[in-house]
Write a protein of this length. Structure first.
Length: 289
C-alpha cells in the first residue's frame, strides 16, 4: 500500500522566465488552481496520506498555499463567501504535508535523495510538481500505478507514447510488453537522440519506487546536463529488480512549457461548466476571418 508521496518542486523554472522569477512555476494557475494543487489532489485521491514537497530557497510561497490563513478565512466568512471559505479550509487538510530543501540544483535524482528519511524504507510515489496528468477515464494514472504496484510489488513508471521527433525531450524506456498497457522495463535512457531512442514510450512525471531506488541514486554519477538523473538510477534498478511501465491514455500537461501551459488552460477550461460555453464561443470566433 502506498501512503507517502514525494513532490519535487525545487527547480528554478527557467523555461517559464520571467514569469517564474518571483512566482514558483508550480503555483502558476491552470484555470483557478495552482498546478501543484492538482498534483496534491491526485495523490490524495490515490490514497496518499503523507506528502513531502521538495522546495528551494525563495519558493516558500508553496508552503503558504497549503497552510491555513485565519485572516483570509475570517474575511470570507464576513463576506458570506461560504463555498470559497470551505475550499480554503480544505487546502490545509488535504494531507499531512511536510517540506524539505534541495540546497543545490543538482538534478531530479538529487532532489529525491533529499526525501530518503521521509521514505523510511517503504515504497513511495513521486509526482513532478509542474505536471498534471489528465486521464481520459475515471481512474487517475497514479491510482492505476498504485494498483499495479500492489499486484507486483515492483516499481512502476507512468508512460506515454510520443511522436518520434519528441523523444529527445524525455526519458525513454525499452522493454517487453506484458499487455496492451504494461511493459516490463529493461532499460531507460534520458533524452536520447531520435536515432538512438529504443522506443517511443516516454517517462511521464509519475513514479512508484521501491527503497532500492535510493541505493541506486547513491552511486549514480551526473548524467545529461551534468545533473543526477532519476532515469539513470531507474535504469540501474531495472537490472536488479522488476520495474514496470504503465501507459496511460490522456494528456500530459507540462506547465513548465509556455505553449503547453496555454493548451492546459484551454483543455481544463473547456471541462469547467462555469466557462465551457463562453470559452468555446471565443475559440470558435478566432477561426473567423
Amino acid at each position: 500500500m502506498i501512503t507517502r508521496a514525494i513532490i519535487p518542486a525545487a527547480g528554478f523554472g527557467t523555461r517559464f522566465l520571467p514569469a517564474s522569477k518571483a512566482i514558483p512555476k508550480e503555483l502558476i494557475p491552470v484555470v483557478d488552481k495552482p498546478t501543484i494543487q492538482y498534483v496534491v489532489e491526485e495523490a490524495v485521491e490515490a490514497g496518499i496520506r503523507e506528502i513531502l514537497i521538495i522546495i528551494s530557497k525563495g519558493k516558500e510561497a508553496i508552503c503558504s498555499h497549503f497552510e491555513s490563513n485565519p485572516e483570509l478565512e475570517t474575511l470570507l466568512l464576513k463576506k458570506g463567501k461560504h463555498e470559497t471559505l470551505e475550499a480554503m479550509k480544505k487546502l490545509s487538510h488535504l494531507a499531512r504535508i511536510q517540506y524539505a530543501y534541495q540546497e543545490e540544483m543538482k538534478g531530479l535524482g538529487d532532489a529525491i535523495l533529499c526525501a530518503r528519511t521521509f521514505a523510511s524504507s517503504e515504497p513511495v510515489a513521486i509526482l513532478l510538481g509542474d505536471t498534471i496528468l489528465h486521464a481520459q477515464g475515471p481512474v487517475s494514472p497514479l491510482q492505476s500505478m498504485v494498483d499495479l504496484h500492489n499486484q507486483t510489488n515492483g516499481s512502476v513508471i507512468a508512460l506515454r507514447k510520443v511522436p518520434l521527433h519528441m523523444v529527445s525531450q524525455y526519458g525513454v524506456v525499452s522493454g517487453k510488453p506484458i499487455s496492451k498497457r504494461i511493459t516490463r522495463i529493461e532499460g531507460l535512457i534520458e533524452k536520447p537522440p531520435r536515432e538512438q531512442a529504443p522506443s517511443q514510450l516516454a517517462v511521464s512525471a509519475r513514479y512508484i519506487v521501491t527503497p532500492g531506488l535510493f541505493e541506486k541514486l547513491d552511486t549514480t554519477p551526473p548524467g545529461v546536463g551534468g545533473e543526477i538523473q532519476i532515469t539513470d538510477a531507474l535504469h540501474a534498478l531495472a537490472q536488479s529488480e522488476p520495474v514496470f511501465g504503465l501507459a496511460f491514455e490522456g494528456a500530459r500537461l507540462d506547465i513548465g512549457n509556455q505553449l503547453e501551459f496555454i493548451k492546459s488552460n484551454l483543455l481544463m477550461g473547456l471541462e469547467d461548466p462555469r466557462m465551457k460555453e463562453p470559452l468555446w464561443d471565443f475559440i470558435q470566433s478566432l477561426k473567423q476571418p
